[in-house]
Design a protein around this ligand. Structure first.
Ligand SMILES: Nc1ncnc2c1ncn2[C@@H]1O[C@H](COP(=O)(O)OP(=O)(O)OP(=O)(O)O)[C@@H](O)[C@H]1O
Ligand SMILES: [Mg+2]
Length: 275
């Protein structure tokens, strides 16, 4: 077993940072109850990088929102850092597909907006902004406005903002989906560096098999709705991961096969809803 795999196994031997036990989510609707998630059992170790992969509408974002405390589970419970999750908290940082930065604030002010809400003094906020922007390679941008940055830079600011409150875990919902292929590859590399330096856990949602393999310690594959965990695939490849490696290809083939049936089922359901 590689060193990396050993570390992952050791991390999982410690108490988990996040535990989902028998978690389900039913969205209220006018008609029949809409079951989005069912029987989710999942543990995320401290420092672990977990990727959620599954067809559109299978409940990946829903589960992320439940862990974030933005929505409430209708069954089961979620525990993070020993405490039951029922509201958002600074231990869980969020990054979405759209960077959703405040356009009227500078990059530095965006990064430390959460600290301002906590009434941190201005000098401290500036110090934290400088330190974190250096970590994400954006020191020069501290006094710029978001619209002066590229899409990739804006997403780096969103990651910096999520790190500013020193979370234990980052929850990222397709953060690179709107970026071009080259920028996306660089951002994956960037995220791995941030993850290593900050020592946080990650849950990263994606549709992309290659992205999942490039990033994850473990890939959680979901079924079509109602979303359940179909299987969990550990990725024991040294980082940075080369997509030309035959083991990378073999994993991609395995994941493609696993997803094919679920994507077919998801499409069939969407057609049924339309008709
Ligand atoms: N607030 C809501 N109210 C009612 N139904 C919802 C709500 N949010 C999501 N849903 C439904 O729950 C199901 C799961 O949605 P979710 O957004 O979690 O899927 P997803 O796996 O993230 O999909 P995608 O890959 O397209 O982002 C979908 O069928 C969606 O329409
Ligand atoms: Mg989603």
């Amino acid at each position: 077993m590689s060193d990396q795999a050993n570390i992952a196994v050791e991390a999982r031997a410690q108490p988990a940072l996040v535990t989902c036990s028998a978690v389900g989510k039913i969205w209220p609707t006018q008609g029949e109850p809409f079951v989005a998630l069912r029987d989710i059992e999942l543990e995320v170790a401290r420092g672990e990088f977990v990727v959620f992969l599954g067809p559109s509408g299978c409940g990946k974002s829903t589960l992320l929102f439940l862990i974030a405390g933005l929505e409430q589970a209708t069954q089961g419970r979620i525990v993070c850092g020993g405490a039951e999750v029922n509201a958002p908290g600074t231990d869980r940082g969020l990054v979405f597909q759209e960077a959703s930065l405040f356009p009227w604030l500078t990059v530095g002010e965006n990064v430390t907006f959460g600290l301002k809400m906590q009434h941190a003094p201005k000098e401290r906020r500036r110090r934290v902004a400088e330190e974190i922007l250096e970590r994400v390679g954006l020191s020069e941008a501290i006094d710029k406005r978001p619209d002066q940055l590229s899409g990739g830079m804006r997403q780096r600011v969103a990651v910096a903002r999520a790190l500013a409150l020193k979370p234990e875990i980052l929850l990222l919902d397709e953060p690179f989906a709107a970026l071009d292929v080259q920028t996306r590859a660089r951002m994956q590399h960037f995220l791995i560096q941030v993850w290593r330096q900050a020592g946080v856990s990650m849950i990263f949602v994606t549709h992309h098999i290659d992205e999942a393999i490039a990033l994850a310690d473990r890939i959680v594959v979901f079924t079509a709705r109602p979303g359940r965990i179909k299987t969990i695939i550990p990725v024991d490849l040294p980082r940075p991961r080369d997509s030309r490696n035959p083991r990378f290809h073999a994993l991609a083939d395995q994941l493609t096969d696993l997803l094919r049936d679920e994507v077919d089922r998801a499409f069939a359901e969407q057609e049924r809803i339309k008709s």
